[in-house]
Design a protein around this ligand. Structure first.
Ligand SMILES: Cc1ncc(C[n+]2csc(CCOP(=O)(O)OP(=O)(O)O)c2C)c(N)n1
Ligand code: SF4
Ligand SMILES: [Mg+2]
Length: 327
């Protein structure tokens, strides 16, 4: 079981002293700060918290956190993070990475992580560009859009990450915005606390390469049909009646209904951007499914199986472990 500190640490305990070289005004700052605040408020022991990161500007979150983890390979953050959590379920595991990392080169891992329902949070920093490599279009940039590094408008349609997560089996799905610190922090805490695979997609201005969707653009009021006053572009679906949590996971009608509503709420709002928790369901995690098949894993997680005693003699007959998997 993941442990909690009896006396919570301050947010400083989760900050490393590595020099931060993100561009001024980058949304990544808001995301990093919200992750650190969430860790402090959830009283996570930094020595049992693993933050894995992909490669990109976003991946530098790893360097700025005073926790354990790995700065992995481009697109490979999930295999590392999933592997660590399977090996040692007592760790709190958080994966972070860019939209190119997770929805482009890492898209295959993204899908299969949903199927496994490993108990961890995955925070994707969506800026619609490959920031670190100078602003090429990432999979979330819409067709016809032309950010400043592109010689011509984007020819491809954007991926719909939340729809992909829904169809891949993620059991908690939400969206937030990098510069809404309060909402973002609460969403990160919920994603970490959820027992299962959580996807939090965080919209993030990249002031250096994304000149279309800037912080000013996100903050702009927009006109909506039927409303006399202009309304804020970003709105919280959970404040306007959307409850995405499935009450009875065995009721397939309810599950399908909640999935449809989650899809509708996450998309199709014209100029407005919905944030919040879209979908949530309690299903057995990967570790629980494995323990049901191999009861000895209840006693020892794979990382803690003792192999030898003080005299270096084997203490566990591993052939017995494997027998549990044989039919
Ligand atoms: C296998 C591999 N392919 C390509 C690259 C080059 N590369 C490094 S970061 C990056 C894109 C990062 O974009 P994103 O994941 O959206 O992160 P951001 O920089 O926008 O935060 C690419 C293509 C790499 N490091 N490894
Ligand atoms: S290039 Fe964009 S995403 Fe990368 S640090 Fe600069 S502003 Fe942030
Ligand atoms: Mg990106």
């Amino acid at each position: 079981m993941v442990s909690k500190l009896q006396t919570p640490l301050t947010v400083t305990a989760y900050k490393s002293d590595v020099h931060n070289d993100w561009c001024p005004g980058c949304g990544d700052f808001g995301i990093l700060q919200a992750i650190q605040q969430s860790c402090a408020e959830l009283a996570l022991p930094p020595w049992e918290t693993m933050v894995f990161a992909g490669i990109g500007c976003s991946g530098k979150v790893f360097n700025y956190m005073a926790s354990h983890g790995v700065h992995t390979l481009h697109g490979r953050v999930l295999p590392f993070a999933v592997g660590a959590k399977i090996a040692n379920p007592d760790l709190e595991v958080v994966a972070v990475g860019g939209d190119g990392d997770g929805y482009g080169i890492g898209a295959g891992h993204f899908v299969h992580a949903g199927r496994r329902n490993v108990d961890m949070a995955y925070i994707v920093m969506t800026n619609e560009v490959y920031g670190l490599t100078k602003g090429q279009a990432s999979p979330t940039l819409g067709r016809g859009q032309q950010t400043k590094s592109l010689p011509l408008p984007n020819t491809n349609d954007a991926i719909q990450p939340l729809a992909l997560a829904l169809s891949s089996g993620y059991t908690w799905i939400g969206r937030s915005y990098a510069f809404d610190g309060r909402h973002l922090k609460e969403m990160i805490k919920k994603a970490i606390e959820h027992k299962g695979m959580a996807l939090l997609d965080v919209l993030q201005p990249c002031p250096t390469f994304n000149d279309l969707h800037t912080a000013e653009w996100f903050n702009k009021k927009v006109k909506v049909e039927g409303e006399t006053n202009m309304v804020s572009r970003i709105f919280n679906v959970n404040e306007v009646g959307h409850d995405g949590s499935v009450k009875d996971p065995t009721n397939l009608d309810e599950v399908t209904d909640k999935q449809k509503k989650a899809f509708e709420m996450a998309h199709h709002h014209g100029e407005r951007i919905p944030v919040g928790v879209f979908y949530e369901i309690k299903l057995p995690t990967y570790t629980e499914r494995m323990q049901a098949q191999a009861p000895m894993l209840k006693k020892y997680s794979p990382a803690r199986i003792p192999y030898e005693d003080a005299s270096h003699l084997p203490t566990t007959d591993l052939s017995k472990t494997y027998e549990e998997f044989l039919f």
